[in-house]
Structure formats: structure tokens, C-alpha cells
Write a new protein. Structure first.
Length: 207
């Protein structure tokens, strides 16, 4: 095992408030594009944290689009889905090691429209449609039972699968984002955006 006590100095870039766009979602798009150009695997992978009765739970999902928020798709009956039904507050974070960058997002989750979910589900490959429609995500199950569910669905829908009502998109609508750039000697740059009075305001935080 590699030693856990690594001591890497971060020297890739720097961050100034006036370098960052006024709209943090546009800034996030720029960083996502740069992460993609840098050849990072799944640059749109983000860790989403939900909370039920004070107990947080986090997992990776793939960001599938951005408009007024960050959109991802999942099973509404999963743990994250049922957490969200009682507490809409959630957070997400990205870590792109090659760029020495982190982004943190906080806000509330809302369901995307069923039209959007239909369109996204229809655009997925058949095998992905089968898996997401058949799998009772986050429930206990034996592997043969799971495979049987997929086989049954394949028999019923040999070409395309209709989107189940319990599968669709969430949009994390943020009111707080942080852009973090690693710097030398642990004096990292952190610029946060807060949504107040209908406007985004930026400020620097101590590392
Ligand atoms: C790289 C990666 C991408 C993933 N993308 C998704 C996704 O877009 N949607 C999803 O529901 N689960 C996705 N997962 C699986 C989740 O991490 C998680 O196992 C699943 O959603 C169940 O989480 P829950 O029980 O907390 O609801 C992904 C996992 C990884 C490692």
C-alpha cells in the first residue's frame, strides 16, 4: 500500500475573484470543460450528499446537464430519493486531481419535469434502460433475482423500455458554491459564491 502521508505541493494554478465569471454555474461549466480537455476520467462524476434525520449519506452520480441547477438521474425510491422526500437540502462535490481543483455545491433538490426525464431515459442505450428500470435500487436483493428482473423486462420490452415513474432526474438548485484551487505550502485559494438578494456575491475564504 502506498503511504497515506503524502505531501504533494499544488502548483497547477491560482484563483482570483475577478478571474471567475459572475455566474457560478457558468464558471462550473468552464471548469468541467477544462477537466474534460485534461483527459480526466468521468469529469462529471460528483459526490452527492443527502441527509435523513441528521444522518448524512454520500455517493457518486454523473452530472447530466446544467441549467438553473445541476441535473442527475436516479431512482426516486433509492436511499437518496427517499432522503430527499423528507429533506430537500443536499450538497455535491467534484475533485479533479490532475487540475488540483475542487468544487463544492450546496442547495436544494427538486425533481426535473417528467418530459425532461422521459427525453433523457429515451436517449439511454437499451441495456441501461433495462438495468435502471429493473433494479429496485438500494433494496436488498440476491444477484439471481436481480438478473431475473432484467430478463423479465427484456421479454416484455424487447426493443425499448418505457421510463418507470420512479426513475428520473433531480436538479440541485444551488445557493452556495465554492471553487478551490490547490496552492503551494497549503495556502490554497478558495472563492465562494453566495446567492443573496437575487444576486451572486463572491468572497475569499481562508484555506
Ligand atoms: C462513477 C459512478 C457514477 C454513478 N452514476 C450514477 C448515476 O448517475 N445515478 C445513480 O443513481 N447512481 C449512480 N452511481 C451509483 C451510486 O453511486 C449509488 O451506488 C446508487 O445511486 C445508490 O445510491 P443510494 O442507495 O445512496 O441511493 C454511480 C456510481 C459511480 C461510481
Amino acid at each position: 500500500m502506498q503511504p497515506l502521508e503524502t505531501r504533494k505541493d499544488y502548483t497547477y494554478g491560482t484563483l482570483e475573484q475577478n478571474q471567475l465569471l459572475e455566474n457560478p454555474l457558468e464558471q462550473l461549466s468552464v471548469w468541467l470543460e477544462q477537466a474534460s480537455q485534461a483527459g480526466i476520467l468521468e469529469p462529471n462524476g460528483m459526490t452527492v450528499c443527502t441527509v435523513r434525520q441528521g444522518r448524512p449519506s454520500s455517493r457518486v452520480v454523473l452530472l447530466r446537464g446544467m441549467d438553473t441547477g445541476l441535473v442527475f438521474y436516479t431512482n426516486y425510491l433509492s436511499r437518496k430519493g427517499t432522503d430527499t422526500a423528507t429533506n430537500a437540502f443536499a450538497s455535491a462535490s467534484f475533485w479533479w486531481a490532475a487540475l488540483e481543483r475542487q468544487v463544492r455545491v450546496e442547495g436544494q433538490l427538486e425533481k426535473v419535469s417528467s418530459t425532461e426525464s422521459d427525453a433523457y431515459f429515451a436517449s439511454r442505450p437499451y441495456e441501461s434502460q433495462l438495468a435502471s428500470a429493473a433494479s429496485p435500487q438500494s433494496q436488498a436483493i440476491e444477484r439471481p433475482a436481480l438478473e431475473q428482473l432484467v430478463m423479465d423486462l427484456r421479454t416484455n420490452y424487447p426493443e425499448r423500455v418505457p421510463r418507470p415513474e420512479h426513475w428520473g432526474g433531480y436538479r440541485l438548485v444551488p445557493d452556495y458554491l465554492e471553487f478551490w484551487q490547490g496552492r503551494k505550502a497549503r495556502l490554497h485559494d478558495r472563492i465562494v459564491y453566495k446567492f443573496k438578494g437575487g444576486k451572486w456575491k463572491k468572497e475569499r475564504l481562508a484555506p
